[in-house]
Design a protein around this ligand. Sequence first.
Ligand code: ASP
Length: 417
Amino acid sequence: MKGKKIQLTTKILLGLILGIVVGILLNGNQEFANTYIKPFGTLFLNMIKMIIVPLVFSSLIVGAASIGDPKTLGRIGGKTLIYYLATTAFAVSIGLVLAIILKPGNGLAIPIDAVATPAEVPSIIDTLLNMVPNNPLKGLVDGNILQVIVFALFLGIGCTALPDDVSKPFIGFFDSLAEIMYKITAFIMKFAPIGVFGLIVPVVTQYGLDVLKPLSMVIFAVYLGCLIHAVVVYSTAVKVLGKISPIKFFKGISPAAITAFSTTSSSGTLPVTIKSVRENLGVSEKISSFVLPLGATINMDGTALYQGVCALFLAQVYGIDLTIAQMFTIILTATLGSIGTAGVPGAGFIMLTLVLQSVGLPLEGLVLIAGIDRILDMARTSVNVIGDASCAVIVAASENELDYEIANDVAVAAEAA
Ligand code: ASP
């Protein structure tokens, strides 16, 4: 059973590597990649998307109902929010520091007639208000995850305020729905190696390796930053606060990280994240069903880091010296902005507009980033997802909801494989 789990991770990794090789071999033959290979990726994505709303909705109702006491829910929520915001602010800072050291913008010229269309960005207050749905069914139908979370929490808490005989049938129904959704996730994951292959080939075919050269320093800075953030922040957090080995943590979360890398969507990866965190890291259902859907929508460490790098990169390109106060503004905007960034491909790029605007940087520069955004999205989404998982581990550890036998077993399974 455990052996099989590792085997699947290896297969997914092979799909990724093979996809990169095939993408290079196709040598720009975009039509072939899009017609014959991409559909496998799209099929995988569609299957995952299919289960997100019912999975989050049902598991969160059961989770909130099982936490019972609203005080406990508030305590878990408080810890989660503090961890999410603190790590995100730290991530932007890493991005800024790296961009200052590596100076990716030096020696780059922007085409004068390049004009980027500024995208519409919701204000932070609107984002917060919008979390409470006027019409919860519409929220469910539209797949607005924040609204789904809020409504499910209300339902779960409502259950706890009623006698057992009234709430039990309701909770029982959603409990089995949640179980069915996990089962389906397991089926879908069998297809993941092919899905990952199908997603990665068109990207490599489109961008090739040469196109990346001029912007390679930005890519390098973002990837290095993501690596540093994961190794320093998450390793320390899971080791010190979660009391599990960082190596086991990264091994356990790897299926979700790879899926995030190829889908560039933390919401899309959510079912895989939940599965990995529960089955490989031993986080209880109660904690994972609360912390992870919330994280997939509001916690974006990789995205914030990327925004820090890009803002400084563009400042360098335009020869603008940012003051310390402006850098603080970037940290604040990127951190709060991450709450309103949807866990979907390219969302961070739209929010980058907000960050640039906050310190008066020219939006025209976005056109430079646009060309490589997908490549950056892959790294930042993986970090976003790993960050959610690290939070689940430490909150679970602090609430006595972490099964150390499972968490420690990952390495054993790896050795056996
Ligand atoms: N794709 C990212 C995510 O889903 C968001 C972003 O574009 O930065 O987490």
